[in-house]
Design a protein around this ligand. Structure first.
Ligand code: HEC
Length: 168
């Protein structure tokens, strides 16, 4: 049955390069923890703007896409917002800065317990935010510590998020 041999050979397992990088692994685990802590949003349904997010339409389409990415895909909202004493994100405090309520699972690893306010992106240029979200850091600044994920977005997605956060 030599002719079946190739079909029975499973491809070799290769770990994702992302997971082999310790800082990334830290972030992935932390992100999972963050999601596990997250309560369902009070607002429930997806925003109407989401339907138009990928259609051409200039600045407003970029803002709508940024809203979708920041709230529903990249989940910036989960760490950069304040919560009530049950852990539910406060609508009025979304993106106004948050607390990371758990320790790093790895002793002596770098870790940040506060996520800064992103509303209005005070103190950042659009180019800096695009660099942060496409390359994981802003040139000339220390890279943010975990659990901030080292994002590697497309420039379009990064610019859409910057446009959305700037308008908050
Ligand atoms: C898992 C939690 C988490 C998520 C998700 C997250 N962040 Fe952060 N972010 C942090 C923490 C914590 C810091 C503070 C890092 C530090 O002080 O070293 C931070 C820092 C930042 C900073 C400041 C960087 C600097 O150089 O000063 C910006 C801007 C930022 N985050 C934007 C975002 C955006 C935009 C998203 C979504 C695309 C996002 N973050 C998602 C936790 C998170």
């Amino acid at each position: 049955m030599a002719s079946y041999a190739p079909m029975l050979t499973l491809p070799r397992f290769r770990p994702s390069p992302l997971l082999t990088w310790r800082r990334s692994a830290t972030s992935v685990v932390a992100l999972s923890l963050a999601f596990a802590l997250a309560q369902p949003s009070r607002s429930g349904a997806a925003p109407a703007s989401q339907a138009n997010a990928t259609q051409p339409g200039g600045a407003s389409a970029a803002v709508a896409r940024g809203e979708y990415l920041a709230n529903r895909v990249a989940m910036c909202v989960q760490c950069h917002s304040m919560r009530d004493d049950k852990g539910v994100i406060l609508d009025s405090k979304k993106f106004r800065g948050g607390v990371i309520p758990f320790k790093s699972p790895w002793p002596d690893s770098e870790w940040a317990y506060q996520a800064p306010s992103l509303a209005g992106l005070a103190g950042f240029t659009d180019a800096q935010i695009v660099a942060l979200l496409t390359e994981g850091r802003i040139a000339g600044r220390q890279a943010p510590r975990p659990p901030m994920p080292p994002f590697r977005m497309s420039a379009d997605d990064a610019a859409a998020i910057a446009a959305y956060l700037k308008g908050l």
